[in-house]
Write a protein that binds this ligand. Structure first.
Ligand code: FES
Length: 92
């Protein structure tokens, strides 16, 4: 199955805001929701919205204002629905 890239910004601004705390949490969430076969987590260069908290990108959409404190809520509330939406029509 083809995996879709899920990007986490590793640029310097996002780094300072705690990307290295976000990363392990994200890896946990991907495991917890059994998404290993659906998404490929990748580091990204600066996504150019540095003033808006840590940034992630999935299928051209940006998710901003992420922090080590809210990554779980953000993931479940915003990113997960996007991933699941994509995967619904599969296997038909
Ligand atoms: S460093 Fe992350 S958006 Fe610029």
């Amino acid at each position: 199955m083809e995996k879709e890239n899920l990007y986490l910004c590793m640029g310097s601004a996002c780094h300072q805001m705690g990307v290295y705390e976000v990363l392990p949490k994200l890896q946990e969430l991907i495991k917890e929701y059994k998404l290993e076969n659906h998404v490929e987590l990748k580091g990204s260069f600066c996504l150019e919205t540095c003033s808006s908290g840590i940034v992630m990108k999935y299928k051209g959409q940006h998710f901003i204002n992420i922090s080590p404190q809210n990554i779980e809520d953000k993931f479940i509330g915003e990113i997960l629905p996007m991933i699941q939406e994509r995967n619904l029509p599969l296997n038909s």
